[in-house]
Design a protein around this ligand. Sequence first.
Ligand SMILES: C[S@@+](CC[C@H](N)C(=O)[O-])C[C@H]1O[C@@H](n2cnc3c(N)ncnc32)[C@H](O)[C@@H]1O
Length: 226
Amino acid sequence: MKASSINERLKQIWNTNAGHWVKAVRSGQIQSRKDTTNRAILDAVLSLEPVHILDMGCGEGWLVRKLVEISKCTAVGVDISSELIEAARLSDRSSTYLVLDYETITNNPASVEGQFDLIIFNYSLFDEDIIPILTACKRLLTVDGNLLIQTVHPLSMDGNNECENGWREENFNSFPSQGWQPMPWYYRTFDSWTDTIEQTGYGIVEYRESVNALSGKPVSLIFQLA
Ligand SMILES: C[S@@+](CC[C@H](N)C(=O)[O-])C[C@H]1O[C@@H](n2cnc3c(N)ncnc32)[C@H](O)[C@@H]1O
């Protein structure tokens, strides 16, 4: 899929789903987040003691709000969905939230003002080709900066195709509300993640696997790049 066409689709899909998403996140409807992955990303961020954070694909802004509340950092959130940025701004007048997509940032990294010692993608990288946006992030990172990516653990998928890279569809069927628009996303294996990251020129400082405490099943992967 061409970058511009996936961008347009994701914009339309996330604007359509914005109301459902805000409710789902804020009322704790996403069990894996409550049980495991919110804590996992918070621990990964706090261990780095960042002072100025960029949250890429920030959605309705929970991570920015939480980090500013519990640490001494300042944070900027960017998202392709104007509806989600509006929701973020309404809940937090002090941080900066910008309507921006990865294609625009790739073409002009200066569209985000400032330098950040941490850039985070928390479940917000869906494209097949993520090399351009990850490479562009280098222009926004301080020399000793880090980049964190939390993503679906490649071994957490049910079905027959879990060992092959390829486009999948999230249909949001596990959410209680009806009327979500399905979203295409690109599944990649662990090896594909590491190969792709290698092509960006970042090194993998570490990766963490988060596991559901009850089932023992892997839920997410967090890569720390520098
Ligand atoms: C699953 S939500 C996660 C939101 C947030 N990071 C969180 O943890 O709740 C994915 C987010 O990525 C954003 N997104 C997807 N593709 C994007 C793109 N190309 N540019 C900017 N934001 C994008 C969506 O609008 C959506 O808010």
